[in-house]
Design a binder for this molecule. Sequence first.
Ligand SMILES: [Zn+2]
Length: 167
Amino acid sequence: MITEEDCIWAIQLWGGLAEGGRWIVPDLGVYERTGENQIVLVELYAALPTHKVTKESRTLFDDHEYLVELGKHIGWEVGLAIEKAWNQEGEVLNIPEDRYGEAAVCSKQCGTIVRIEPPEPGKIMIQITDRKCPTCGKQGFTKAWDNLHVVMDDRGARIKQILSEEE
Ligand SMILES: [Zn+2]
């Protein structure tokens, strides 16, 4: 629910930012004013290091979505241009921009696929350490994937698990 109070608050706050000026939202990130009626999220805090999607972990996403909705009410565009993302420990996520779109399959054939994607609010990023697969725990990835934060697709692994339980 977007109230009139919220709209007034946003008009005053965003309108008061100089172009290039930054607005820090605790627990969400940093927005920068990039135009007459435009702000974009340039830094994202706590991009959900666990892959559990709980009600609580959805609040980040809801917050950005809420600001997008609020913007629509008052004629502002609220966009994404994330340059830097942080996890809950305050570490910068390691996501090389020039490798966006690259994917790899766990070589131990558990069915897990990982992908390098730009960070977004609500997107769950998992770090690969010691070449270990986040699903099966075996060394399923090459050195080139070590320490990267990736998006994990474990649907294949879950299907395999269900099938093996049925056997
Ligand atoms: Zn695996």
